[in-house]
Each structure stands twice: as structure tokens, then as C-alpha cells.
Design a protein around this ligand. Structure first.
Ligand SMILES: C[S@@+](CC[C@H](N)C(=O)[O-])C[C@H]1O[C@@H](n2cnc3c(N)ncnc32)[C@H](O)[C@@H]1O
Length: 283
């Protein structure tokens, strides 16, 4: 394939933005070669502009999905950053249990891990709740994991992880309690998987028919979006969050710039945000 031209870079960055809303520019040209040369060659493309044309025209079955898989960064680990899971355990889940008791659905919880990558985040949430609620199996708990990358979602659905992935944040006690050894892999057990469902979802598309969620984890994805897209995303998340809900962004992300509709809180050293219910915001 011919070497990378300015036209190639512009074409690829345009498509990356169009498909995923991820901001790539010429400073990311090293990623174009490292991540896309393989699929461009497989699809017999003369150059990257040709690859972009084939993806857009959907001329090669599965090429668009492979392109999305290649451009997304699926870095994740179990109980990433620790503190959000401590805040769940010590604050958000106990408050939710308390709030629900006495309602018609005292054992219902709806949680969304938006941009869940290969599933470690939603499964870590499920394990945190399982460790807290003795009759976990009897509860109507739904943890939805979504991601734009079809390959990441497939892996999350399988619940199957290798030694290297397990080594990134999973402690021996939970490994023993929540996984089954399958050959040289570990699979999340049925109790935990029963509470987790997975779908491909682009966070730039409407959230029609979703929610309301009690808790949303939306971590380490907004950093790839423009400021304008971040605003749009958190405004849409507000629409599918229950009035007493919680949002956990990534440790380097903040909703401070999004507007007064969010109130920042800190629990167990984790930053989280809750809808601002004072009338002034809506006046
Ligand atoms: C760095 S991972 C974060 C995974 C997990 N939330 C965590 O913090 O460990 C970012 C994920 O965002 C996903 N992603 C990127 N753009 C997206 C979009 N427009 N809609 C949905 N997911 C997206 C990627 O596929 C990737 O799996």
C-alpha cells in the first residue's frame, strides 16, 4: 500500500469522527498505520482513502465493524481506580436499597456501564453488589454494558478472560468466588452473568427507549470526544438517569463544565455527580 498522505489522514480522521465521534488529527497519524494497515491490506485497498471509501459504501461485509474495533481503545481492568466501587459499596448502593424499600419494587436496580469495553467494569459492579446483598439472586438487578466496538461487546458477553486480563485487578478471593476455570481461561460465573446484559451502542446516537437508570458509569470515554460532544453526551445521560441517580465519570473527567444541572459529590475519594434538583436550574 502507498505511504500515508495528507489526503489519507484527512479522510481517515473524518471517518473516525463520523463513526465514533472520536477526535483524531494529524498528531494521531502513527495510529492510522499501526491500527488500520492490516484491515486495509485484507480488504485489498490501494490506500487509506480507498479504505475509507469501502467502509462508507459498506462494500466489504464486516469491514465497518473491523474499522470501529481497530480505532477504539479498549483499555480496561477489574475494579479500575478502586474508589468508584468503594463509593458504590459504602454509599450509592446502601442509599438506593434504603430509598427503594417501601416502594412497589423494593429489590429493583438498573445500572448502565456506558462504554464498558470488554466487560470488566459491569462485572466488577455486579460483584460489588453481590458482595453486599446476601440474597443477590432474588433481586431484580439489571446491569447493562454497552460499547461501540462489536468485538469488545462479544468478549464481554462471553465473560471469558485469560490469565493476563485476570491479573489486572482481580483479587484471588473474588476470582475463587465469581469465576470458573475453563482450560487456560476464566469465565465469570452464571450468578454474576445473569445480572449483566450487553449491547453495541454508539453514545452519539439517541438513547431512545433506555432508562431510567439508578446509576451510570461513563468512564474514560468522554476524553476522546470534543467538548461539544461531551456536553451533548452528559445532557443525554441526564435524561435517562433517575432524579436521585448517580453518574460516575472517569477519574480524570469532570462534569463541572457541563452546567448547573449536575451537583458534584465525593464519596470514598470517588468523584460522582447527581442531578441538581433545585428549582433555580429549571426556572
Ligand atoms: C478506555 S475504554 C474504557 C472502558 C471502561 N469504561 C473503563 O473505564 O475501564 C473506552 C471505551 O469507549 C468505547 N467507545 C469509544 N467511542 C465510543 C462511542 N462513540 N460510543 C460508545 N463507546 C465508545 C471504546 O470502544 C472503548 O471500549
Amino acid at each position: 500500500m502507498s505511504s500515508l498522505t495528507t489526503g489519507d489522514i484527512d479522510a481517515v480522521c473524518g471517518l473516525v469522527d463520523e463513526l465514533c465521534g472520536i477526535c483524531w488529527d494529524e498528531s494521531k497519524s502513527y495510529l492510522i498505520d499501526s491500527r488500520l494497515s492490516g484491515i486495509a491490506e485484507q480488504a485489498e485497498c490501494a490506500n487509506y482513502k480507498d479504505l475509507v471509501r469501502k467502509v462508507r459504501a459498506e462494500l466489504v461485509p464486516g469491514l465497518k465493524e473491523k474499522f470501529v474495533d481497530a480505532i477504539t481503545t479498549n483499555e480496561t481492568l477489574w475494579f479500575r481506580d478502586g474508589s468508584p466501587f468503594e463509593a458504590l459499596q459504602h454509599k450509592a448502593i446502601p442509599e438506593l436499597i434504603d430509598e427503594r424499600s417501601g416502594t412497589v419494587f423494593p429489590k429493583r436496580m438498573r445500572i448502565w456501564s456506558a462504554a464498558c469495553s470488554t466487560g470488566q467494569e459491569p462485572y466488577s459492579i455486579a460483584m460489588t453488589i453481590a458482595g453486599l446483598i446476601p440474597d443477590f439472586d432474588q433481586w431484580d438487578i439489571q446491569i447493562l454494558g454497552t460499547d461501540i466496538s462489536p468485538a469488545a461487546v462479544e468478549k464481554a458477553k462471553s465473560g471469558m478472560y485469560g490469565e493476563l486480563e485476570i491479573g489486572r485487578g482481580m483479587d484471588p478471593e473474588r476470582l475463587n468466588r465469581y469465576f470458573l476455570k475453563k482450560g487456560n481461561q476464566w469465565q465469570v460465573n452464571d450468578r454474576i452473568r445473569a445480572k449483566c446484559t450487553f449491547q453495541t451502542k454508539n453514545l452519539h446516537q439517541p438513547f431512545t427507549g433506555m432508562g431510567p437508570f439508578d446509576i451510570i458509569f461513563c468512564r474514560n470515554v468522554a476524553i476522546y470526544f470534543s467538548q461539544e460532544d461531551q456536553h451533548a453526551l452528559f445532557n443525554k445521560l441526564a435524561d435517562v438517569l433517575s432524579p436521585n441517580g448517580w453518574i460516575f465519570p472517569g477519574s480524570s473527567e469532570s462534569l463541572a463544565h457541563v452546567g448547573p444541572q449536575w451537583v458534584a459529590q465525593q464519596h470514598c475519594r470517588a468523584n460522582c455527580y447527581r442531578p441538581n434538583r433545585t428549582e433555580a436550574v429549571y426556572a
